[in-house]
Design a binder for this molecule. Structure first.
Ligand code: C2O
Ligand code: CU
Ligand code: CU
Length: 504
C-alpha cells in the first residue's frame, strides 16, 4: 500500500479486491443474513427518499474495496486534492457525487508523528469550499487547520500541517468546513481518512492483524446535483441518505481466513446519521476511539458512532461462516426522549453494513491485553469550569444555537488560556441529541448526568443526549489560536450550531 504521493495526479483508483474460489457457494448464506434489515433505508422521517424503490440498491456481497493510500516519505506527505463533481461507479452504472480526485471516499493519507502533511486543495466545485483535518492536534492558525479560509470556485490553497513528534497515533479524517455548505459537501462524498501510525502499531498483537479502513457514509443516490438539496425539515433533522455504504460500496464482503484477527479503523463520515454497530456473532474489541489508543482493550456488544467519531476495533475470526457488521436503529429524531427507543422519529434506521466470510476453522491468536501506559494527561485535574448549552429551550430556529447564539465567524464566544485545563459541562436542552465536536484540542469524557460510564479514551466528538449533560476535560496545550466547536450533525452546524473559541 505504498503509493507515492506523486502518483496522485493520475487519479489512481486502486482498490483492494479480494477474490477467492468458491464465492458462488456463499450466495445462499449472504442472502439469508441480509434479509433481516438490509433494506430498511427508506424510512427516514421527512425524507424524500420514501418513494425511491429499494431496487436502486445493488445486491449484498460485492468486493470489499478501500481507498487508495498516500504514504509519507522521509517525514513529508505532499498531495493535491481536487474537489469536484464526479460520476462514481454504482450498481453497474454511475451515480452523482462530489469527490476528491474522483474517489469516494477520498484517498487515505498515512503519516507518522513528526511528519509534515502538505495538501494543495483545488476547488472544482461551483461553490466555496475549504479543508479541515478533523481530530488532528495541530495549529489552527495560518495555513494549518484554519477553517476560516475560503476557497472560491476555480481557486486553490495549500495547507501545511506540522505534526508534533508526540502526536498520537489513530484514525482521523479530512472534509470541507465552509459554513453553510458543509452538510451537502460531506454527504455528497467529500471525505477521506487520515491514519497516523506510531510504535503502538508495531505491538506484535496489533501488527499481526489484518488492518482495514471502513469509512461509513450514506449518500443520496441519483444522477445529478439534486441529491445535494434537501427540504427545510430534512435539514433540521439532519439529512440522511438512501443507503449506508462502507468505502462507497453497498454491503461489501470481506473474504478472510479463520485464525486471523481483523482490525478495523471505522470513520463515521455521514453528515447526520448515527450508527450503533454490532456483529451478528461475537463482540467488538475496541482499542481506540477518536484520539488515540486506549490503555487497554474494551469489549463491547454495541458501539455508538455519531457523525465525526471514529473507533478502532479487533474482530478475531475462529469459525467458518458469515459474520455481519450491522447498525441498529438509533432513534435520534426530533421529540424522542433519549436514544434507545425504536418508535417515533425513526432517523438512523437499522442496516447491514459489511459481511465477513470466514473460511476454515482455526483459533485466532490472543488479543492484546495492554496497549499503552497511562500518561500524565490521562489523570490531569481542571483549573476551571465552564458551562455550554446546546440548543435553546424554544423551538424553530432557536433550536440550532449554542448558548443562545447562532454562529458568527467574527465573534469570539469562548476565550480560554493556553496551558490551562478546563472542564466543560455541556447541556442539551433541545429536542434531539447532538454530537458536540471541538477542533484541535482532544478531551476526556469525565462523567454524564445519566450516570453512564465515562469513555475510556480521548475524544474530539461526544454525543450529548436530549435533556442530559456531559462533562468533558480539555487540556488547552501546544497550540493557541482561533477555531470552532460545533454540532457534528453537519446540517445543524450549517444552521448555526457552532461557536468560535480563541485560545492564547
Ligand atoms: Cu469534522 Cu468541525 O469538523
Ligand atoms: Cu473537526
Ligand atoms: Cu445537532
Amino acid at each position: 500500500m505504498d503509493l507515492h504521493a506523486a502518483d496522485l495526479g493520475t487519479h489512481v483508483s486502486r482498490r483492494t479486491v479480494l477474490r477467492l474460489a468458491g464465492l458462488g457457494a456463499l450466495t445462499a448464506g449472504v442472502a439469508a443474513c441480509s434479509n433481516g434489515n438490509g433494506h430498511d433505508h427508506g424510512m427516514g422521517m421527512g425524507s424524500s427518499d420514501t418513494t425511491r424503490p429499494s431496487t436502486d440498491l445493488p445486491g449484498a456481497g460485492s468486493d470489499f474495496a478501500q481507498p487508495a493510500e498516500l504514504v509519507s516519505k522521509d517525514g513529508r506527505l505532499e498531495v493535491t486534492l481536487e474537489a469536484a463533481p464526479y460520476m462514481v461507479p454504482w450498481n453497474g452504472g454511475t451515480r452523482y457525487a462530489l469527490a476528491y480526485n474522483g474517489m469516494v471516499p477520498g484517498p487515505t493519507l498515512r503519516a507518522r508523528p513528526g511528519d509534515t502533511i502538505v495538501i494543495t486543495l483545488r476547488n472544482g466545485l461551483d461553490q466555496p469550499t475549504n479543508l479541515h483535518t478533523h481530530g488532528l492536534h495541530v495549529s489552527p492558525e495560518g495555513t494549518s487547520d484554519n477553517i476560516f479560509h475560503m476557497i472560491d470556485p476555480g481557486a486553490s490553497l495549500t495547507y501545511e500541517y506540522v505534526l508534533s513528534k508526540d502526536h498520537v497515533s489513530g484514525t482521523f479524517w479530512y472534509h470541507p468546513h465552509h459554513h453553510g455548505f458543509v452538510a451537502a459537501q460531506v454527504s455528497g462524498g467529500l471525505a477521506g481518512a487520515i491514519v497516523i501510525e506510531d510504535e503502538l502499531d508495531d505491538l506484535p498483537t496489533i501488527s499481526a492483524t489484518t488492518e482495514r479502513l471502513l469509512v461509513l457514509s450514506d449518500p443520496r443516490l441519483g444522477a445529478d446535483a439534486s441529491v445535494l438539496s434537501v427540504s427545510t425539515s430534512e435539514q433540521q433533522n439532519g439529512r440522511e441518505g438512501d443507503a449506508a455504504l462502507v468505502n462507497g460500496v453497498y454491503q461489501p464482503m470481506i473474504m478472510a481466513e479463520a485464525g486471523t484477527v481483523e482490525r478495523w479503523r471505522i470513520v463515521n463520515a455521514s453528515a447526520s446519521r448515527y450508527y450503533r454497530l454490532r456483529l451478528s456473532s461475537g463482540s467488538l474489541t475496541q482499542i481506540a476511539s477518536d484520539h488515540g489508543r486506549f490503555t487497554e482493550p474494551v469489549s463491547v456488544d454495541t458501539l455508538l458512532l455519531t457523525p465525526g467519531q471514529r473507533a478502532e476495533v479487533l474482530v478475531p475470526l475462529a469459525e467458518e461462516g458469515v459474520i455481519t457488521l450491522s447498525t441498529e436503529a438509533v432513534a435520534r429524531g426530533m421529540g424522542m426522549a433519549g436514544m434507545g427507543g425504536m418508535g417515533g422519529g425513526d432517523l438512523s434506521p437499522a442496516a447491514d453494513l459489511l459481511l465477513v466470510h470466514v473460511m476454515g476453522t482455526k483459533a485466532p491468536p490472543p488479543l492484546p491485553t495492554a496497549l499503552r501506559a497511562a500518561g500524565p494527561l490521562d489523570t490531569i485535574e481542571p483549573d476551571s469550569e465552564r458551562r455550554v448549552s446546546f440548543g435553546a429551550m424554544g423551538m424553530g430556529n432557536g433550536e440550532f444555537v449554542i448558548d443562545g447564539k447562532a454562529f458568527a465567524g467574527d465573534r469570539v464566544d469562548i476565550s480560554a488560556d493556553l496551558d490551562t485545563v478546563e472542564d466543560w459541562v455541556i447541556t442539551n436542552n433541545s429536542m434531539m441529541p447532538h454530537p458536540f465536536h471541538l477542533h484541535v484540542w482532544p478531551f476526556r469524557v469525565i462523567d454524564r448526568s445519566d450516570g453512564s460510564t465515562p469513555d475510556p479514551g480521548w475524544r474530539d466528538t461526544v454525543n450529548i443526549p436530549t435533556g442530559q449533560s456531559v462533562r468533558i476535560r480539555i487540556p488547552f496545550r501546544d497550540y493557541g489560536g482561533t477555531t470552532v466547536y460545533h454540532c457534528h450533525i453537519l446540517d445543524h452546524e450549517d444552521l448555526g450550531m457552532m461557536g468560535v473559541i480563541d485560545v492564547r
